[in-house]
Ligand binder design. Structure first.
Ligand code: COA
Length: 385
């Protein structure tokens, strides 16, 4: 396999973008990405585009063709990738493998979702849960994650205050991110006193409903070198699946698919979590960030909550998590999220993260998850010094 680098990124503003159609979200992100990479449209050979459920949100399918056409890339090989909220991560992995295999040199990995266009977002999202055993009985994603939170509280003593600390920290970071949906700081009281969504989760424990698009361009490391780009290599790519339904799992207080994907990425990279400086983690709900930091091995089981409350995951903490603001504050346009995470890791590694820049990070990790843990990708990126 060839070594592969990210050589450019592009990201739209995230939020309620009522005036921007789905195709424009992708075209804008692709244009910014190619300009950033300094690569012409005629050089792009292939694209993989993560999108969860454009058919339900905006009644548009056959997505890879229409999106590449409107992005000025008509004719290239293009594939839409779907793995619920992990669609972006899965698209990134497919693009990585195509470049690594030697089949193509310039491959675009994108993600897009238009969630605010009048469709019932909760019902669209619930399509990624088990219809017969979960959704027919009335449970949707906030309810499923509430069950995970209840189990984690019962098993490890995790508290609402610890979950609130995740939201406060992610809003602090999002306030420094001009692309974020919610660019405002909040207090713990705001989170704890917010309207209840599914006990113990309130409004500020939830990621929002978001429109947005993101793209990154991949190329072989030797090509990136010739272009004079900073060398940001993909050193580990892990992908795993699990049951969709929570009731088929042994322990609701864990999300095993995350550990499995991480193990595969670390094995390829030949390093462990202690060699990584920061991570973008799938915080679709505050409890999710806590559980995922434990599954990734950043903290021991049951210690993710206390660590968040102690500031360990803040920008100046021992292991910064979600410097972008995460899904909670930056927003969660489901198909785009996995690519947006890679954009943030790349920005941090190349010193382009503005007010939220970490001090000389060398390796960053992006963990993107589908549903309540039915699928997951983990990617580790390293900048050459
Ligand atoms: N965090 C903070 N504020 C939020 C918010 C969130 N997650 N979601 C909405 N708001 C704010 C809006 O900005 C709006 O504020 P305003 O009145 O000042 O303009 C207000 O709350 C009401 O917004 P609205 O869009 O009517 O909220 P809603 O009740 O329809 O939706 C949720 C709130 C929590 C139900 C919705 O965001 C949601 O479903 N989130 C989870 C998404 C999800 O499941 N993703 C997949 C994960 S696997």
């Amino acid at each position: 396999m060839r070594e592969v680098a990210v050589i450019g990124i592009g990201l739209t503003k995230f939020g309620e973008l009522w005036d921007t159609p789905l195709r424009d979200l992708f075209a804008m992100a692709a244009a910014d990405c190619l300009e950033d990479a300094g690569v012409g449209r005629d050089q792009v050979q292939s694209a993989y585009i993560g999108c969860m459920t454009s058919g339900m949100f905006v009644a548009q399918e056959h997505l890879a063709s229409i999106l590449t056409d409107y992005a000025g890339l008509k004719g290239i090989a293009a594939t839409r990738v779907e793995s619920a909220c992990a669609s972006g991560g899965a698209a990134f992995r497919a693009a990585y493998l195509e470049v690594a295999s030697g089949a193509s040199d310039f491959v675009l990995a994108g993600g897009v979702e238009k969630m605010n266009d009048g469709a019932d977002a909760t019902a669209c999202l619930a399509a990624a849960a088990d219809q017969e055993y979960e959704v027919f009985h009335g449970v949707t994603f906030p309810g499923l994650y509430a069950m995970i939170a209840q189990a984690h509280m019962a098993k490890y003593g995790t508290t609402p205050e610890q979950m609130a600390a995740v939201a406060v920290k992610n809003h602090d970071n999002g306030a420094r991110n001009p692309k974020a949906q919610f660019q405002m700081e909040i207090t713990k009281d705001t989170v704890l006193n917010a309207v209840r969504v599914a006990e113990p989760l309130g409004l500020f424990d939830c990621s929002p409903v978001t429109d947005g698009g993101a793209c990154v361009l991949l190329a072989p490391v030797e090509v990136a070198r010739k272009l004079g780009k900073p060398i940001v290599k993909i050193i580990g790519s892990g992908h795993a699946t699990d049951t969709i339904a929570l009731h088929d799992r042994e322990d609701f207080a864990s999300i095993p698919v995350v550990g499995l994907a991480a193990q595969r990425a670390f094995q390829q990279a030949g390093i462990g979590i202690k060699d990584v400086d920061f991570a973008e983690v799938h915080d679709c709900f505050t409890i999710s960030e806590i559980v995922c930091t434990e599954e990734l091995g950043i903290f021991e089981r049951g210690k993710g909550g206390p660590a968040a409350e102690a500031g360990e995951t803040a920008l100046d903490g021992s292991f910064p998590v979600n410097t972008s603001g995460g899904l909670k504050s930056k927003g969660h346009p489901v198909g785009a999220t996995g690519i947006a995470q890679i954009c943030e890791v790349y920005a941090q590694l190349t010193g382009r993260a503005g007010d939220r820049q970490l001090k000389n990070p060398r390796r960053g990790l992006a963990q993107n998850m589908g549903g309540s843990g039915g699928s997951c990708t983990v990617h580790i990126l390293e900048v050459e010094s």
